[in-house]
Design a protein around this ligand. Structure first.
Ligand code: ADP
Length: 812
């Protein structure tokens, strides 16, 4: 009980508070404000704001008083839903206004809940939307009307094949009928509101209509015109169109209505009429003249004559009518004529021979001087007689061509046609390219041919010259017995000439892939050759190598020298070159080497005993009184030493070449070796001062005897090629990776051109300074070979007349 009491007092408090809020709301808003009991049975208060009648005391029949009878049910349903879900009530409905008339309102009410969540009151506002509703209704009605109108138009315009459309003043389509939409292949939605260009009109066409729309706007007069353009499937069509202004209430043009009719058929008709008109005219003329004759000779025929005159008049009238009809056509013809005039001008001024022929038989319509010169005819001849009458000598060959161009409409090309013509009184053969180009009329039919003749003599001759040059080069290569090849860089396909195949022991028509050719190279040379080819491909290096090949079919050995370079031709890279047979000269060389080796070997034995004898004699005469004998023996010793060095050199060369030279490595101290050599030399060399500048006592792993001969050779060269009493400096330095030995002199020096070849076999510098100095050019060759086989390098620095320094390095 107590509890119930408590709740109701609380509710009362809440209501009192909400009444406060109600009042505050009423003053704050301009809208109708109302409050309702929890179940909406009683309207507690309503401030109508002049829109609805006020309710100052609670009323129970508010529904009848305020709500339009037809909407009462709807309002009740919305209330029931809001109450059951305790959510906002919101509804647009009709009301009875304060002045008794019918109005519209948007009513919204909010449930006020107590702490237990029960509704204790509803607060609502209602705004006057009567005006808005009226406008909406009017708008809908207008819309409906316009839809109806459109449907009506649609029904009318869709039944005609004519194109019907309306533009606004911004050249946009605001209406297009079915036929037009179909022609465009568009729907209403993607065509309406777009302009001419956007609807696929050609720019010239769109511009033309836009100008006309401007004109109509300015003059307020309709425009009628004719236009032709190609239709997607029907070919070129002619159209007749009328643009009419549409005025607004103020008499201004607010739109342009247009209709367009396809008049292609009519046009064709007109053409037919025109030709019959001509026929009629000539008949008419004939009749007129016979009429006159008859009149003068036979009075009796006057009646007939009169009749004829009447007919004549009738004909004249028809003719007049037809003339009138053809006047329109004349404009189009004029335009065509202007076009033709342009083509004629072009033909006359073209820098190549040009001629237009037309008709049956063909007659020349236009021709330029270049063409006349090429066919050797005059303009006069071509005017008087048909083309084939004038060019009878070539009719048999060319007439089928012109016939076919006219029949098929396909262009014909004739290349490098030989023509003999007279130029400055001399007959001359020129090569001409002909093009027969059909000229097509508006129906797509060929009606004439434009013949273009281009003198290509210079071009063709230049090409033939290149071909001839290539041919003679090929013949020269063949005559020299050279094999040729090229390898395409992209696919590595190997192309070999028959001669090259022969070198490798293949038959001329054997397929020879690159690998097969490489396989025929002697195994000792194969890897090196393959590596060098690869170097050409990757680094563009020149290939130049002598190597023996073993014949594929015959197994016989041939020596060849192959030279090749990378070439860039026609956008592609090729490795290409020649091969020549050097078997003969190789054999000569080998025979020579064998001979030298044999002789050297034979000389070695007597020389060894000679050396021993001289050593003994030398020792014996050392302290002898006989000064001459002592010095003679000493000199003999020096000469025998030189001779054995020389012979050893020859022997070494032949050993080297037959691969018999062996590097026998041991560990030794380079400083000790250098000192030993210098000490030994001091005995024989008195002319020069040999100084050891510096030498690191480094232990190296090498062939001691051979390194000895390299250093000895460098020092004895320094002695040989520098003036008496100069100094020779020897030094060796080392770093982490290698040891470098150098021998420096103050001698005649070496020119750069010689320096490049100085390590070649048998190479000697030919000059006045060196001529009297004996030697064979094998010392440096052997030295270089020895150093190379140790994995080292040998080089020199030299200044002519100042001196040279030779260096070699050995890896540590
Ligand atoms: P050779 O001395 O027996 O002719 P080498 O192979 O030792 O043969 O030398 C080749 C050539 O190099 C010599 O003929 C000479 O012209 C030149 N040459 C070698 N050493 C020197 C040097 N120190 N100064 C100038 N020219 C030299």
């Amino acid at each position: 009980m107590n509890n119930q009491l408590n709740t109701s007092t609380k509710n009362e408090h809440t209501i009192a508070a909400s009444e406060e809020r109600f009042r505050a709301l009423v003053t704050a808003t301009s809208e109708v404000v109302y409050s309702m009991s929890p179940d909406w049975s009683v309207m507690r208060q309503l401030d109508g704001r002049g829109f609805l009648p006020d309710a100052t005391a609670p009323i129970g029949d508010w529904l009848l008083k305020y709500i339009h009878p037809e909407d009462q049910k709807k309002v009740k349903a919305a209330i029931d839903e809001a109450i059951s879900e305790k959510k906002i009530f919101q509804l647009e409905h009709r009301v009875l206004q304060a002045d008794g008339s019918l109005g519209w309102t948007l009513s919204r009410a909010l449930p006020i809940l107590n702490n237990e969540g029960e509704i204790i009151e509803w607060f609502g506002t209602a705004s006057d939307i009567t005006e808005k509703k009226r406008t909406e209704a009017a708008l809908n009605e207008a819309k409906e009307q316009s839809e109806q109108q459109k449907r009506l138009y649609e029904t009318i315009t869709s039944s005609t094949p004519d194109l019907i459309y309306v533009f606004d003043m911004n050249y946009r389509f605001t209406y297009a009928n079915k036929a037009l939409l179909n022609m465009w292949g568009k729907t209403w939605d993607n065509a309406i509101g777009r302009n001419l260009l956007e609807n696929g009109y050609e720019p010239w066409h769109a511009e033309m209509h836009e100008r006309e729309i401007d004109q109509i706007k300015a003059t307020k007069q309709p425009i009628r015109g004719e236009v032709s353009f190609p239709h997607a499937t029907l070919g070129t069509r002619f159209y007749d169109y009328i643009f009419t202004p549409v005025f607004n209430e103020r008499g201004e043009v607010e739109a342009i209505a247009g209709t367009t009719r396809d008049i292609t058929e009519r046009k064709e008709w007109e053409q037919k009429l025109e030709s019959s008109s001509k026929e009629l005219q000539s008949i008419n003329e004939e009749m007129a003249s016979s009429n006159e004759e008859l009149a003068s000779t036979n009075e009796e025929l006057a009646a007939t004559n009169e009749e004829l005159t009447a007919t004549n008049e009738e004909l004249l009238r028809m003719q007049h009518e037809l003339k009138y009809q053809t006047a329109e056509k004349q404009v189009a013809i004029d335009r065509l004529n202007a076009n033709e005039q342009n083509i004629r001008n072009m033909v006359r001024q073209a820098p190549v021979g040009m001629c237009i022929v037309e008709g049956d038989p063909l007659y020349v319509v236009e021709v330029n001087d270049i063409f006349l010169e090429l066919i050797g005819k005059t303009r006069e001849e071509l005017k008087q007689r048909s083309y084939w009458e004038v060019n009878a000598e070539v009719e048999e060959y060319y007439k089928p061509i012109t016939d076919s161009v006219l029949a098929t409409g396909l262009t014909y090309h004739a290349k490098e046609h030989e023509i003999t013509l007279l130029r400055n009184g001399l007959s001359e053969v020129v090569l001409v390219d002909f093009v027969y180009e059909p000229m097509i009329d508006f129906r797509g039919k060929p009606y004439a041919i434009m013949i273009v003749a281009i003198d290509t003599t210079d071009k063709v001759l230049a090409r033939r010259k290149v071909e001839q040059a290539e041919e003679s080069l090929r013949m020269a290569v063949d005559a020299a017995g050279l094999g040729t090849y090229y390898i395409n860089a992209a696919d590595r396909i190997f192309h070999a000439s028959p001669r090259l195949k022969e070198f490798f022991g293949f038959k001329p028509d054997d397929e020879v892939p690159y690998e097969a050719a490489i396989n025929q190279i002697h195994p000792d040379f194969r890897q090196q050759a393959a590596d060098l080819v690869e170097a050409s491909f990757t680094r563009g290096e020149r290939f130049d190598m002598e190597y023996p090949v073993i014949g594929y079919h015959d197994g016989s050995i041939r020596w060849v020298r192959g030279i090749g370079t990378m070439q860039h031709y026609d956008g592609k890279d090729f490795f290409t070159g020649v091969l020549h047979d050097i078997t003969e000269s190789k054999q000569d060389e080998m025979r020579k080497n064998d001979f030298i080796a044999m002789v050297s070997h034979e000389l070695k034995t007597p020389l060894t005993s000679l050396n021993a004898i001289i050593q003994v004699a030398n020792a014996k005469t050392k302290n002898s009184e006989d000064q001459f004998l002592a010095s003679a023996m000493k000199k003999a010793n020096v000469q025998v030493k030189r001779m054995s060095t020389m012979i050893n050199g020859f022997l070494n060369i032949s050993r080297l070449e037959s691969g018999k030279i062996m590097i026998e490595k041991s560990h030794f101290n380079i400083e000790e070796l250098v000192r030993e050599i210098i000490d030994e030399l001091e005995v024989t060399v008195t002319s020069h001062c040999v100084n050891l500048i510096e030498c690191a006592p480094t232990v190296i792993h090498a062939d001691r005897d051979k390194i000895n001969s390299v250093i000895s050779n460098l020092i004895s060269n320094a002695v040989k090629y520098s003036p008496k009493d100069t100094t020779i400096r020897v030094s060796c330095t080392d770093n982490e990776n290698e040891i470098i030995v150098s021998v420096s002199d103050e001698g005649i020096g070496i020119e750069p051109t010689d320096a490049a070849k100085i390590f070649d076999r048998y190479y000697r510098v030919e000059s006045n300074d060196t001529r009297h100095i004996s030697g064979f050019g094998i010392g440096l060759y052997l030295s270089a070979e020895i150093i190379e086989r140790h994995g080292g390098k040998i080089w020199l620095e030299s200044e002519p007349l100042k001196g040279s320094t030779f260096y070699f390095s050995l890896p540590l």
